[in-house]
Structure formats: structure tokens, C-alpha cells
Design a protein around this ligand. Structure first.
Ligand code: ATP
Ligand code: MG
Ligand code: MG
Length: 403
């Protein structure tokens, strides 16, 4: 594993990527604030302290590595374009300068399209992938949007959104001024409300740069059900509860088609809505490991989403029959740990997780803040009902400590 990997972002996704890299002998240089979660557990390299939105810091990282990747899409794609297309200037020990080639995966074009959720939806629609109807609202009158989309509709920030921060459900014309105030200063778009029966997600690995044959270049993990509360992911069920095998296959095919339309390699999280009539539409795509794929650490122990990310960007991903990576346990359930009212609110939940032999606790080394994702718990079972029964008391405590 000789190629040096540079990672933009050092949060929990970066931390788990480093955990997957260590046994592979892969080395990751991280750009983020000093002491960020990924740096806490990776002393193999000299990281770069700074922001993953700072072009000079990104160039500094690029000078040290052969390949750049991301754990967050909210990065400066113009400097990634510059580095991918023209390389980065390095100074040798004798003072001479040369240009070094650095690969960027997934492609900066993909990150640029996906980081603007409105452009992302436009791209998906043009690629034949259905999403919730979207309207740009720049300068337009939200009452007119409400008349067009109906109520409720979701007002969304086009950029920098995560964990529902950037979403405002507009239930009636009376909510419009509060919605505009809550999302002030952001470029916005509006989405038709999706009255989904439930939410599904599929992690997809893309192994080729081009977009011509998604059948050959994409591999799908098993479908999961995600449960969100106030727009934040709370629970993940693998397999989903009460979803036919046929619909699960359709979800995998749709997710592969969607990811296949983006250039570059890596792992992608595809969030889907299952509508009451059985139709599937894409909610959004993340060009990186994703919360809905954490279950793979225990559920697919030899091929977690983090290992796949590394193997895909390095061009080392093995092939899988039927282009699918099957779950290796019959059932896996994951619960996010969100910070509660105090720093100690979640201690009981941690102790309960540790006491389950078929459970795994992952704390990210982040300070607890109300509502912040600070860790997660996974349980595996020989059936979904067994895994659900193990998780039920933990869900009750998580509900109790909710800030
Ligand atoms: P993250 O990136 O953390 O998944 P986000 O901030 O990008 O979240 P979205 O995925 O757009 O936000 O929305 C978060 C949740 O809000 C969805 O999972 C879903 O539960 C709900 N939601 C989003 N869009 C709609 C919609 N059009 N209709 C109904 N519910 C929606
Ligand atoms: Mg998102
Ligand atoms: Mg989302």
C-alpha cells in the first residue's frame, strides 16, 4: 500500500476511515482542526492543521500525498479541480521546483455537483433518476412556491447542509417568514413534500472513473431502513423492516444507477424515499462514507464501507457476484448517540451498549453538545426481531436523554 492518501475532513467518518486503513497498511494524512477525531487515532503521519475549505491548506496536504479524498462534501472544489487537472508545485531538497500529479477521488466534478443539493437533483433528474420535485427559490415569492408545490413543502439550503440543519418544513403560508429567518443568508431551494412510507438507504461502491456502464462500475451493499427524527438519522435497520425482496432489489438498482451517473471512484451513500404506492425516489446522495453505512463495520466485517472507500479509490476493490456485497449477519441494527442536556447524559447508554456481547460501541472522541452526533451503537442478531429486542431498551434511554 504505497500510495499516500490525503483526507479532507477529520470527523467521525475520517476517524473510521483511518481505523479501516491501519490494518491495510494504508497511510492517511488528515486536513482538519488539530485534535479532530481522525487525528486522535492516527499517529502514523504528519497531519495538516487547518480548514478543508482553505485552498492553501488543501495544496499543503496535496504536496504530501498521491491521492486526495473527502469525508465531507463541503470542501473547496475549485482547488481540487486545479490539483487534479494541473498537479501541485513541490520544492525539492535542492530548492528546485517541480509539479507533482495528485489524483482526486471521487472526481471534483462529482463533489461540486453533489455539494449543491439543487444541482445534484437536477443532475439526477437528467440522468433518469427520480427525486422529489424541486424549485430554485432565489428571489422568488415563497407563497407562489407554496401554491405550486402545495403544503407542507420543505425549504432547503442548497449548500453546507447536514443532519437536517438547512431544512425547514413549511406547513402553511404562516411559516414562511420563520423559515426565511431560520435559513437567512443561505442560497435556498424548495422541495415537494414526500409522504414516504419509510426511508431506505444503500451504500454503493464505484470502481471505475467513467459513467458509461454503471453495471460494471458499481457494487451495492444490502438495503437498510433509516429512521430520522427531526431530520436527523436516529436508527438504521439492516435488513429493512417489512420491505419485500423485490423492492430491496429495486432500491439497489436505483442506487447503482444514480451513483453510476457520477464520474470518479469511491463509496457513496444513497438516501431513498419509499412512497406509499411502492415507488422509490432518491432523497440525496453523499459522495463519501455515510451514517447509513456504519452498520457494515459489524454487519460486513471483512468489507465495511470504510474499507471499500479505501480499496475503491486505490483501484483495489475486488469484484462481487451480482455486483452486491451481502450482509454477513442476518440482522444488524444501529443507533446514533446524540449529545444530551449535559456532558454525562449519554453515560448510561454507553454502559448498556458495553454490556451487550453482540453489541459494539463507537465513541468519536467529540465533546458532547445537545443533539450532536457523538457516537453510535451497533448490535447484530440471528434475526431482525432478536437484534431489535437487544436494541429496544437502548432506544428508550436514547429517547430519554434527547435534548
Ligand atoms: P444528512 O446529510 O445528514 O442526511 P441533510 O441535512 O442533508 O441530512 P436531508 O437528507 O435533505 O437533510 O433531509 C433530512 C431528512 O428530512 C430526510 O431524511 C427526511 O426524513 C426529511 N426530508 C427531507 N426532504 C424531505 C421531503 N422532500 N419530504 C419529506 N421529508 C423530507
Ligand atoms: Mg445531506
Ligand atoms: Mg440526508
Amino acid at each position: 500500500m504505497e500510495r499516500r492518501i490525503g483526507l479532507l475532513g477529520g470527523g467521525q467518518l475520517g476517524q473510521m476511515l483511518c481505523e479501516a486503513a491501519n490494518p491495510l497498511g494504508a497511510k492517511i494524512w488528515v486536513l482538519d482542526a488539530a485534535g479532530s477525531p481522525a487525528k486522535q487515532i492516527n499517529a502514523r503521519t504528519s497531519h495538516v492543521d487547518g480548514s478543508f475549505t482553505d485552498p492553501e491548506k488543501i495544496r499543503e496536504l496535496a504536496r504530501q500525498v498521491d491521492l486526495l479524498t473527502v469525508e465531507i462534501e463541503h470542501v473547496d472544489t475549485h482547488v481540487l479541480e486545479e490539483i487534479a487537472e494541473r498537479g501541485v508545485e513541490v520544492t525539492s531538497a535542492d530548492g528546485s521546483k517541480r509539479v507533482k500529479t495528485v489524483e482526486v477521488q471521487p472526481s471534483w466534478k462529482t463533489i461540486r455537483t453533489i455539494q449543491d443539493k439543487y444541482l445534484q437533483k437536477d443532475h439526477l433528474t437528467r440522468s433518469g433518476v427520480k427525486t422529489a420535485e424541486s424549485m430554485a427559490v432565489e428571489g422568488s415569492d415563497l407563497e407562489a412556491v407554496g401554491r405550486e408545490l402545495g403544503y407542507p413543502f420543505m425549504l432547503k439550503s442548497r449548500k453546507d447542509a447536514y443532519d437536517g440543519r438547512g431544512n425547514y418544513p413549511v406547513k402553511s403560508p404562516a411559516d414562511i417568514s420563520d423559515a426565511l429567518e431560520a435559513l437567512a443568508g443561505k442560497s435556498l431551494y424548495a422541495e415537494k413534500w414526500a409522504n414516504f412510507r419509510l426511508e431506505l438507504a444503500v451504500m454503493v461502491v464505484k470502481t471505475e472513473n467513467d459513467t458509461s456502464d454503471c453495471g460494471k462500475s458499481t457494487i451495492a451493499y444490502s438495503v437498510v431502513e433509516t429512521v430520522h427524527e427531526d431530520s436527523v438519522c436516529k436508527l438504521v435497520y439492516a435488513p429493512p423492516r417489512d420491505v419485500s425482496i423485490l423492492v430491496q432489489r429495486e432500491a439497489q438498482d436505483l442506487a447503482r444507477k444514480a451513483v453510476g451517473s457520477f464520474p470518479g471512484k469511491g463509496v457513496f451513500g444513497v438516501e431513498l424515499f419509499l412512497l406509499p404506492d411502492g415507488e422509490l425516489i432518491v432523497n440525496e446522495i453523499a459522495p463519501r462514507p455515510h451514517n447509513s453505512g456504519h452498520w457494515t463495520i459489524e454487519g460486513c466485517p471483512t468489507m465495511s464501507q470504510f474499507k471499500s472507500q479505501l480499496l475503491a479509490i486505490l483501484g483495489l476493490m475486488p469484484s462481487f457476484p451480482n455486483s452486491t456485497i451481502p450482509a454477513m449477519f442476518p440482522a444488524t441494527v444501529m443507533l446514533n448517540i446524540l449529545g444530551g442536556k449535559t456532558q454525562a447524559s449519554h453515560n448510561k447508554l454507553m454502559n448498556m451498549a458495553i454490556a451487550i456481547p453482540a453489541g459494539a460501541l463507537h465513541m468519536y472522541g467529540k465533546d458532547s453538545k445537545p443533539g450532536r452526533k457523538i457516537g453510535h451503537i451497533t448490535v447484530v442478531g440471528s434475526s431482525l426481531s432478536e437484534a431489535e429486542a437487544l436494541m429496544a431498551p437502548l432506544i428508550a434511554v436514547a429517547d430519554d436523554i434527547r435534548a
